[in-house]
Design a protein around this ligand. Sequence first.
Ligand code: SAH
Ligand code: SF4
Length: 347
Amino acid sequence: MDKNPFIYDLDIPDLSDLLKSWGEPAYRTAQIWSGLYRHFYNSPSEFTNIPKSLREKLESNVRFNALTPDLRQSSSDGHTIKTLFRLPDSQVIEAVQMDYDRRRTLCISSQAGCAMGCVFCATGQMGFKRHLTSGEIVAQVMHYARQSHAQGERVTNIVVMGMGEPFHNYDNTMAAIDRLNDPEGFNFGARRITISTVGLVPAIRRFADEGRQVNLAVSLHAADDETRVEMLPVNKRYPIADVLDACRYYVDKTHRRVTFEWALINEVNDSPETARRLATRLKGLLCHVNAIPLNPTTGYSGVATDRGRAEGFRAVLQQAGIPCTIRMRRGIDIAAGCGQLAGAASI
Ligand code: SAH
Ligand code: SF4
């Protein structure tokens, strides 16, 4: 495998050290950074703002193509595009673009596979392969940003809701977000980014302490531990009470609203009693429930809640003062994401 560093894995100090080691003047760093993140250059030959000799050095010492788009599918309505990317070690990940309500939202992956084993999730069913590097996370965004730029469009929102558990790959995910956020580069606003976690309690607290303006979504899916542990094995380690305590801590620290995700599964977690129980547990917490009918996967026999039951669930929450939105499933005909896309499109 090519041992050269991947260009998107470098932050500004890394790039500047590399260029310094080649005897380049300091201003080259800014030229290359803006070429990458403002002009979306994708290969050394495009950097016409730097000398040919430096382009050649980049060509032979840095990798630009660590993510190979392998397969591209569009939903029948044309609003959702899924791209599978092959990584240098042959792992495959996916990232999805959704156009909805004048927004262009990207749903990106943080890991190849996932170690959390949630029973209804396609990624959970495949198991953990590996963490993505920060550059592999950034590159998914730049792929779509480049295409959007060529169409005169732009990405408006990013959700880290594709494959993997971002808080299990905390450092690389945050490094990727900080790089995308950099005002000298892509300058993507933290408030337009959402991270979704299965509920890793220490990481939620750390995230709260670090004070980024990034939105937090927590996959709750059940209002009691018996039900949740059957769906999300991680609940053994971090039961609902601990997750909600961490969410209260987050809200206290950041004054930001938490989104709770809820995959509505017929007769599993969609009854009015469940909604009442959930409302009791969420009372006083600055939050919003984002409910999505389950997207069926081959490894799980649960069935999506129908619209009537979903509306009933929502009505109970609303009456108890907990805002709840039922999301339509999008991109379903291309099996986009692990079924989470409806929520992702509208956050
Ligand atoms: N690991 C993170 C983020 C990726 S999953 C997390 O679990 O939050 C993103 C969202 O999709 C989560 O809320 C997850 O529970 C949900 N999801 C996974 N499989 C689903 C399915 N088959 N139908 C509906 N939602 C699903
Ligand atoms: Fe992993 Fe999230 Fe899927 Fe659970 S729902 S297996 S945490 S990707």
